[in-house]
Every structure is written in C-alpha cells, then in structure tokens.
Design a binder for this molecule. Structure first.
Ligand code: ATP
Length: 310
C-alpha cells in the first residue's frame, strides 16, 4: 500500500483552476517533495491530501483511507503543518503542545518535542509573543506531536535563519530514520535537494516532471559545460570537431563548451594538441536549478512573472 495516492486531482476556485489532474503516489518511508513557484498549486494539492479542501474531482488516499470519509482514522496517522497556522494567541508553547497531544491516543512527550524543535527556553511564552521563526518551529512540533506515520510539511523552514533551517532539516532526517513518510512542499531548491528521495515539479497546476533529484537533472538533457580562459587568438574548430562537443561559445577570452561523455578529458587533450594555453578550466555539471529552468522556462524564484500570469 502506498502512503499517499493522488489520482487525477482537480481543484477549481471559481474560474481559477488551481490544480489540473495531478496524480502521484508516495511510498511508505519516502520523503517526497513538491517543488514549484508561488501560485503553482502546491498548497492546494497538500490541503486536499490533508482533507482540508474537497477536490473538485479526483481521489486522494492516505494509507488507503479517504481523508473525508475516514476523517477520524486519518487524523490519527497524519500530521499536518501548514503555511499559516492560526493558533490560540494566549496559550503558551507548552500548553499548545499538550493540547494537541491530547487529540491523539499515542504521541510524543511534549517537553521532549519542544526540546527537539529548539523551543525549551520559550516553553512558557505565549504564541503571540514568539518570533515568526519560533512560531514556525512550533507549527512543526504540532504536526509531529501525534507521532504521525505520514507528515505533510508545507514551507516548513520559511522565515527561519540558516542555523534554525538546518536544525529543522535534521529533524526531518530523523523522521526518515523513524520510517515516517513525508510530503514536503517547498520553493527552496536546497531544501528539496537535500531532503527528498523523489520530487514532483508542479507548474501552473500541473505536474511537469516527477523523478529523483538526479533523474530530473539527467532527464532534462542538459549535458555538461567546460569553461576556460584563453589569451590570444583561438580557433574553435579544434573543439567543434570533437564527438563529445555539442556547442562552443567564445566571448572575449572566455570559452564555454557544452557536450557530454568525457567532455573535460577530450577538450583538455584537444587543447594540448593544438598548443592552446587554457587557464581557469572548470567542469560544470547541471544541477536541479538548471533542470527546473529547462523544464519550466523560468527560474524557481522568478516570482514576479508568476504573479503577473495569475
Ligand atoms: N481560496 C482561494 N480562492 C481563490 N483562488 C485561490 C485560493 N487559494 C489558492 N488560489 C489560487 O490557486 C492557485 C494555486 O494556489 P496555491 O496556494 O495552491 O499555490 P502554491 O504553489 O502553494 O503557492 P505559494 O507557494 O505561494 O503558497 C493560485 O493561482 C492561487 O491564487
């Protein structure tokens, strides 16, 4: 049985179609990422999985259960951390964690969990007096307080400083060791790349690619790049004829060669052969940022254009 099964999910808000026929399945114990720009449909998808929104059409199953029909059973196995948590301002961190703990038959020790998310010194502070980052950590703790088998984490490190972000990532890695399935929504490439076993890239409400991080990069067919500097005239025909080379660009003294296979070795040999002195030679392999750009036509954080197109 899959941990999460989404089949032809479609969600419309009036005339806006937020999610178009999204299908994905998340294996048990996997950390699965949904990556996309603002407004791509990530939160809508997750809120349908959580049972907080009703799909316009399509089906969702969490450990074989329907989030609406089997609401009570789903609540016992699912932990949800959403982008904007509306919590009771006057309650302290400890009171909130204890309150949420009381919703579950089984669960974490509240003080241990507070410690794990780094809020021990803020234990007796009211929610309204926490910083944005501390509220964020608390929302992660509340998602995990019932020791869920499946956790949905939406933009879990937004607003955190780099150290706090790394601490939360370590917490997610602990979840993996405990066999918890995680569906992680993010628009932070580093977060997704570090944590996820597989990723769905969602763009304008559709999944446009779904694979492991390495599979997405190789599937984008970007090849490799060798760059170097030359002083003086340079005959690019020396490189154009190599079977590994697909293109050569010369701009001033900077040469960029694209290709595949043993590109670096082949280029280096040809340069030596042609008595060409190259300096600052480096091989650049494409990363997930390059793959995202190639697949969607825009960089991940290119949000201005996304806002305009809504
Ligand atoms: N309640 C709503 N009513 C109308 N439109 C909505 C509503 N919620 C979301 N949308 C629209 O649906 C689309 C998808 O929104 P969604 O929040 O799922 O995107 P997202 O990828 O999670 O974005 P972000 O990273 O900004 O949270 C957007 O165009 C958004 O404006």
């Amino acid at each position: 049985m899959q941990a999460i099964e989404v089949n032809e999910l479609h969600k419309r808000y009036g005339s806006t179609v937020a999610v178009h026929d999204v299908s994905l399945s998340v294996r048990q114990g996997e950390i699965f990422g949904i990556l996309g720009r603002n407004g791509a449909g990530k939160s809508t998808t997750v809120e349908c999985v959580a049972g907080l929104l009703r799909p316009t059409s399509g089906t969702v199953r969490v450990l074989g259960l329907d989030p609406h029909r089997d609401r009570d059973r789903v609540r016992q196995v699912l932990g949800v951390q959403l982008q904007s948590s509306d919590l009771h301002n006057a309650l302290t961190v400890r009171e909130l964690v204890r309150l949420y703990r009381s919703f579950y038959g089984d669960g974490a020790d509240p003080d241990e969990l507070i410690d794990r998310v780094g809020l021990t010194s803020r234990r007796d502070h009211r929610f309204e007096n926490l910083s944005g980052g501390q509220q964020q950590r608390l929302s992660v703790a509340l998602a995990l307080v019932g020791n869920p088998r499946v956790a949905l984490l939406d933009e879990l490190t937004t607003g955190l400083d780099p150290q706090a972000r790394r601490d939360i990532w370590a917490l997610v890695e602990d979840l993996r060791s405990d066999g918890v399935t995680v569906l992680l929504v993010s628009h932070l490439m580093e977060e997704i790349e570090r944590l996820c076993d597989r990723i769905a890239i969602i763009d304008a409400g559709r999944i446009i690619a779904l694979d492991t991080p390495a599979g997405l990069v190789s599937g984008a067919g970007l090849g490799q790049r060798v760059r170097f500097q030359v002083n003086g005239p340079f005959d690019q025909a020396v490189l154009d004829r190599l079977p590994e080379v697909t293109s050569v660009r010369v701009e001033g003294g900077q040469v960029t060669v694209r290709g595949d296979g043993d590109l670096l070795q082949s280029v280096s040999r040809a340069l030596v052969h042609g008595n060409i002195i190259a300096t600052e030679t480096r091989l650049e392999r494409p990363n997930l940022d390059d793959a995202f750009l190639a697949l969607t036509g825009r960089a991940l954080n290119d949000d201005a254009t996304t806002e305009d197109s809504r």
